[in-house]
Design a protein around this ligand. Structure first.
Ligand SMILES: Cc1cc2nc3c(=O)[nH]c(=O)nc-3n(C[C@H](O)[C@H](O)[C@H](O)COP(=O)(O)OP(=O)(O)OC[C@H]3O[C@@H](n4cnc5c(N)ncnc54)[C@H](O)[C@@H]3O)c2cc1C
Length: 376
């Protein structure tokens, strides 16, 4: 599209998570008039770490914000998978050989703060919860729960796994329970019983449980995350310290000690959900990005990274295509095959024997049977 057309384009982004903030940055660099509508009155993220892959960091370099992210993250050389007691299983170099950009480990709160911090003052409107969307063909109208409305040439639905934009226009199917819980906390390196010796992510696998230790050494901390098979699909389940300890029984004694030392008030506890792939991500004036389009399980560590890549691909498509409808079709054609595959392989987290042990005769849909459990 011509620069003058892009400068006349009014864009409303719904959601100020990683996908929405990145889309706002990438699209405003094209010259478009961007406003972000976020339901929360203050942006808060879960206390946990994630790895930003080389492709993600390369996008940040392209947008001129690499240093803002690098300042609050640590470069990492590899991701290692080990048995529950520390025996080697596999090691993946990140970056791959020949790639000059490193994966960087970051606290989720620092990440969203840095991303929102590079947006122009006033671009993000807080306390604006989307209730309804009317697609009028060449524009769309958003209605918020406070009764206000906004019209835009392009609406970017970046409103996460429970997306209202997706539910109203693209798919009424709800999120699907994976049969797992995630327990996440950020603790001091001093409480890690010597398990943090470098800047590399390690995952320990026992029967039905995965433990991730993601160092945040620039903070003197480590993100300690347990993912465990559990049949309770309550979105925010009640779980005790003893429940956590049961999931790590038989693991390296230091992992058991870390778990024993956790302050339960700081542990984020949630059931894990994704969505089935949906057929279409766009009309002529509405498009989905991030979890709204393709929420996936976290086993590949690709959800937030994919949201950033979506934002980059959407901006590329707007720049390269002849019109807005063509750009949205090009964006979907570029990204959907990639995320369909990531959604598929992210569901392959457990062996059949492990699943059968927790769900005798009745597997959750994401583990390969037809029994879907939808989110509340
Ligand atoms: C346990 C776990 C571990 C993970 N680990 C990793 C990892 O290591 N690496 C990785 O890349 N990814 C990981 N992910 C996935 C990652 O968290 C998500 O993919 C990512 O947060 C998606 O970003 P998003 O912006 O699309 O959605 P979200 O982060 O969910 O943001 C959506 C935003 O929209 C707002 N919103 C929602 N509804 C409305 C509305 N109606 N009106 C206005 N605003 C609204 C929300 O308040 C929120 O701010 C993990 C996820 C889980 C559950």
């Amino acid at each position: 599209m011509q620069r003058s057309d892009l400068e006349n384009l009014k864009i409303a982004v719904v959601g100020a998570g990683y996908g929405g903030a990145a889309a706002a940055k990438a699209l405003s660099l094209l010259g478009a008039d961007v406003t972000v509508h976020e339901q929360a009155n203050a942006i808060r993220e879960v206390g946990a770490g994630i790895g930003l892959r080389p492709a993600t960091m390369n996008r940040f370099r392209q947008w001129g914000i690499h240093d803002a992210i690098a300042q609050v993250s640590s470069p990492s050389d590899y991701f290692e998978i080990l048995t529950a007691t520390g025996g080697p299983i596999m090691k993946e170099s990140w970056p791959a050989e020949g790639d000059l950009t490193h994966t960087r480990l970051i606290h989720r709160g620092d990440f969203i703060e840095a991303l929102l911090g590079v947006l122009p003052e006033g671009m993000v409107r807080l306390g604006r919860r989307l209730e309804a969307i009317e697609d009028r063909g060449t524009s769309s109208v958003l209605t918020f729960t406070d009764g206000t409305t906004a019209e835009a040439d392009l609406v970017v639905g970046a409103d996460g796994i429970k997306s209202v934009v997706r539910a109203r226009l693209f798919s009424e199917k709800g999120p699907v329970f994976s049969g797992e819980h995630a327990y996440r906390a950020v603790i001091s390196e001093d409480d890690a019983h010597g398990m943090v010796t470098d800047d590399n992510l390690r995952m320990y696998i026992g029967r039905g449980t995965k433990v991730y230790l993601l160092p945040l050494r620039h903070r003197g901390q480590v993100s300690f995350d347990i993912t465990a098979l559990c049949p309770d699909g309550t979105w925010a389940p009640h779980v005790t310290k003893d429940d956590l300890l049961a999931t790590v029984a038989g693991f390296d004694e230091r992992i058991v000690e870390i778990t024993r030392g956790l302050d339960m008030d700081t542990v984020n506890i949630r059931a894990v959900y994704d969505i089935d792939p949906i057929d279409t991500w766009h009309t002529d004036s509405v498009v989905l990005v991030g979890d709204a389009a393709h929420s996936m399980l976290h086993h590949q560590g690709q959800g937030a990274n994919s949201a950033i890549e979506d934002a980059g691909a959407l901006a590329d498509a707007l720049r390269d295509a002849g019109s807005l409808p063509e750009a949205l079709a090009l964006y979907q054609a570029t990204r959907k095959p990639v995320t369909d595959e990531l959604q598929r392989i992210s569901r392959q987290g457990w062996t059949e024997a492990e699943i059968d042990e927790v769900f005798p005769g009745q597997r959750p849909a994401t583990a390969g049977s037809a029994t879907a459990t939808t989110a509340p």
